[in-house]
Design a protein around this ligand. Structure first.
Ligand code: 5RP
Length: 220
């Protein structure tokens, strides 16, 4: 059974006619977007706000009308993936590098539905290295400031160059070990000039749709 697929497709059922929907990024959100595309072909009327250029292209290929957050600043629902989900529904996101747009879109949504396989469900966050988006200018200084908050930070590389986000920034993958205080850590990192956004999504998820061997579990 493809756990990502069943989670994504189940979450697509939350989409109702007339909604403005945030379209997440990654291999699990992919299945939700695909299913929404099928429902659009069957007559569902929705408009989508993509969280990345990759998802924008996918939505357009599938015939989902794409609109901008600036035209529709209030979304009904966003469906997105996660790298880790803890008992309080706090998340680490950004494994796919789209964390900034994902966070802006999620903040604009009345409801955030997270889709994942059950391997992402953890007691405490931190086994997955925390992605932090930083401005390239002066990045070595930013790395030092980020590491001073208690981690080892590594610049994400693609090929031989720094991985570049849709916003023209770079990503630091930061090993903090177990994260005891996600909100406190997020705020400490955000105070650093050069940090654009962190992959900590604290208290934002409303519903988690988990794909398991036994089928889909919906938690809220
Ligand atoms: C992209 C993300 C993804 O949602 C996250 O990395 C999960 O991806 P996948 O569903 O492929 O495991 O945050 O920035």
């Amino acid at each position: 059974m493809d756990k990502k697929r069943i989670a994504g497709e189940k979450a697509a059922e939350f989409v109702e006619d007339g909604m403005i929907v945030g379209l997440g990024t990654g291999s699990t959100a992919y299945w939700a977007v695909r299913r929404i595309g099928e429902r659009v072909r069957d007559g569902l009327r929705v408009q989508g706000v993509p969280t990345s250029e990759r998802t924008r292209e996918l939505a357009l290929e599938l015939g989902i009308p794409v609109v901008s957050l600036d035209d529709f600043p209030q979304l009904d629902l966003t469906i997105d993936g996660a790298d880790e989900i803890d008992d309080n529904f706090h998340l680490i996101k950004g494994g796919g590098g789209a964390l900034f747009r994902e966070k802006v879109v999620a903040l604009a949504s009345r409801r955030l539905v997270i889709v994942a396989d059950d391997g992402k469900w953890v007691g405490k966050l931190g086994a997955f290295r925390l992605p932090v988006e930083v401005v390239p200018f002066g990045w070595r200084r930013t790395v030092r400031a980020v590491e001073a908050t208690g981690c080892r930070a590594e610049l994400r590389i693609e090929g031989t160059n720094p991985y570049e986000t849709d916003n023209g920034n770079w990503i630091l993958d930061c090993d903090f070990g177990t994260i005891a205080d996600p909100a406190g850590l997020h705020h400490s990192l955000k105070r650093i000039t050069g940090v654009v956004e962190t992959g900590l999504f604290v208290g934002m998820a409303d519903t988690v749709v988990l794909g398991t061997e036994a089928g889909v579990r919906i938690l809220s």
